[in-house]
Design a protein. Structure first.
Length: 73
């Protein structure tokens, strides 16, 4: 089963994304399931202090991304 990486960081008002503060392995049957699992993740705990999440595949290719401001809109 493929392993994807869910990462999260602080996105500055100018759009720049800082270094990952979240780096979790997501195991899923395929890309669609990995995106579903990433999108279902509850808002991050307060200590994580991130406002951007993204998912990459085993090759490091971006599969999905989310700005928390978009989720709240």
């Amino acid at each position: 089963m493929p392993a994807f990486r869910l990462r999260g960081a602080v996105r500055a008002p100018n759009g720049e994304i800082g270094p990952p503060l979240i780096d979790e392995i997501v195991t899923a049957a395929d890309r669609q399931e990995a995106v579903r699992l990433a999108n279902a993740r509850e808002t991050t705990p307060a200590e994580e202090q991130v406002n951007a999440l993204w998912l990459v595949d085993e090759a490091g290719t971006l599969v999905w991304s989310l700005r928390l401001a978009d989720r709240e809109a």
